[in-house]
Design a protein around this ligand. Structure first.
Ligand SMILES: *[C@@H]1O[C@H](CO)[C@@H](O)[C@H](O)[C@H]1NC(C)=O
Ligand SMILES: *[C@@H]1O[C@H](CO)[C@@H](O)[C@H](O)[C@H]1NC(C)=O
Ligand SMILES: *[C@@H]1O[C@H](CO)[C@@H](O)[C@H](O)[C@H]1NC(C)=O
Ligand SMILES: *[C@@H]1O[C@H](CO)[C@@H](O)[C@H](O)[C@H]1NC(C)=O
Length: 447
């Protein structure tokens, strides 16, 4: 029996140390980055392109100074900034109330993009990122599951089994001359476990204007449909392109309809500011009276300028959201910290994402982005090291691929597997579990 006792004791101890380990990784407390960003003024894209004339397009590496010191895996973790909205949705008993808070969450999830024109680092194949936030009650794990095309998969779950939020993202970039359009292909799935509900949607399109000359600015546009798969009810959100005079800049408008297509709520606001919900009758009456008094009744041509040839200056019209009497506030953006402008326009949440507390690296997978030397160097404003390390990592990745193809070996993902999303029936990368058991013996050496 003493053997049994020893076994039990060692099991208890290992469980204890495991949970202790997972709790000690979540001390993300810093308010600022270690250094201010290096000004990009001395680097013009044109001066780089001039040197590259005649070079193969894929060989041209954008200088690191145009990046921001986060991996794309960390960037997508920013969807979690407004997790309090998921908790709120879980707590509501009325399904339409839940749907409108989920809609606010879907919009808030892209709000961190506002004025963030730095390019996140491309994740290396096999790179991972974990984020544990006890205070917000969730943990997240993500993995770069494919390099060509680049696909990032993430899975977040609440510590109290209230929700799961997961997805895979395949940012498809298109170069339009003066702008870059990013289509974030891939489905987001939010499951509210207590309500046995699942919602899915895809993120809007994003355009970064003036990448060669002029002021960089970001436009998001397109229709986002949030579907409740239990009933087929949905919320349709229209991210408006900025239009001819910029009147529509950043605006989001839409409605929730039930399965008989009856409008139940109108949702409106700006993805950079706030979102409101109002009764459709109140909304229609307001719009009618607004038209009589000559308010914003003109239907503007709805086109975005990503493919346009005309000068695409960012419009100056910056009027704030007009609140229709009787509306309920669903979400308001958290103000950026005062030093944000010198730090890539990061939010307070983004400032913490690459924080590496002493001792953390012994617990995390060796593939965690926090251990990437190029991102770390850039965060410390050491552009030269960032640049040479980025090159070294990319070359190491290419060499590993050559080795694999010589041995006709396939890359195998570690924490996610390609499968079928049970709600949409489409192909999706699903978490296979086990990351937080913290056995990383067979993780690849990618740095
Ligand atoms: C940028 O250019 C200015 C003026 O030419 C110079 O004083 C400054 O040192 C440069 N900064 C960097 C980072 O090269
Ligand atoms: C931060 O925002 C300001 C104001 O819009 C903008 O001029 C600047 O280019 C942005 N910086 C970055 C790194 O995106
Ligand atoms: C979603 O589906 C559930 C389960 O059938 C249903 O009870 C609920 O009314 C639906 N919610 C919305 C907002 O349509
Ligand atoms: C960790 O994983 C490896 C291989 O996946 C396995 O052989 C080993 O037994 C595991 N270690 C523990 C402590 O579970």
């Amino acid at each position: 029996n003493s053997q049994l006792l020893t076994d039990i004791l060692s099991k208890v101890l290992s469980d204890f140390s495991r949970s202790f380990k997972s709790y000690s990784v979540q001390m993300c407390t810093r308010k600022t980055l270690p250094a201010e960003m290096i000004s990009r003024n001395n680097f013009s894209v044109w001066s780089i392109l001039k040197k590259c004339i005649g070079m193969e397009l894929s060989k041209i590496a954008m200088p690191v100074v145009f990046n921001e010191p986060l991996s794309f895996l960390q960037r997508i973790s920013e969807y979690m900034e407004h997790t309090h909205l998921i908790h709120k949705a879980c707590s509501l008993s009325d399904s339409i109330d839940r749907m409108q808070v989920v809609a606010a969450f879907a919009v808030s999830a892209v709000a961190s993009q506002w004025e963030r024109t730095g390019k996140p680092f491309n994740p290396l194949l096999g790179e991972t990122y974990e984020l544990i936030r006890e205070d917000e009650g969730y943990r997240l794990i993500s993995e770069q599951v494919s390099h060509h095309p680049p696909i990032s998969a993430f899975h977040a779950q609440s510590l109290k089994q209230e929700f799961e939020f997961h997805g895979s993202i395949y940012p498809k970039l298109k170069f339009w001359g003066k702008s870059v359009e990013a289509e974030p292909k891939g489905t987001m799935t939010l499951e509210l476990l207590k309500h046995k509900e699942a919602y899915t949607w895809t993120n809007p399109m994003c355009c970064v204007h003036n990448i060669i000359l002029g002021k960089l600015w970001i436009e998001q546009y397109g229709t986002v449909e949030i579907v409740n798969h239990s009933t087929g009810d949905k919320c349709v959100l229209n991210f408006k392109p900025c239009g001819m005079f910029g009147k529509e800049l950043h605006k989001v408008e839409g409605h929730i309809q039930d399965k008989s297509k009856k409008k139940r709520r109108v949702i409106y606001g700006k993805w950079t500011e706030c979102m409101y919900s109002v009764d459709p009758k109140v909304y229609d009456a307001y719009k009618k009276s607004d038209k009589k008094t000559g308010g914003d009744s003109k239907k503007l041509k709805q086109e975005h300028s990503c493919e346009g040839e005309e000068a695409d200056e960012m419009p100056d019209v910056q009027e704030t959201v007009t609140v229709i009497p009787g509306s309920a506030l669903l979400w308001r953006i958290t103000p950026r910290p005062p030093h944000s402008a010198q730090m890539y326009n990061f939010t307070s949440f983004a400032m913490t994402l690459n924080e590496l507390e002493p001792g953390m690296e012994r617990l995390m997978a060796p593939t965690d982005c926090r251990l990437r030397p190029d991102i770390r160097a850039m965060e410390n404003a050491d552009i030269e090291t960032a640049s040479s390390e980025k090159e070294r990592l990319e070359e190491k990745q290419r060499a590993a691929r050559r080795e694999r193809s010589k041995d006709e070996e396939e890359w195998s993902t570690r924490w996610f597997q390609l499968g079928t999303n049970p709600h949409t029936g489409g192909e999706d990368w699903l978490y296979t579990g086990g990351y937080f058991d913290r056995n990383y013996t067979d993780c690849p050496n990618i740095y």
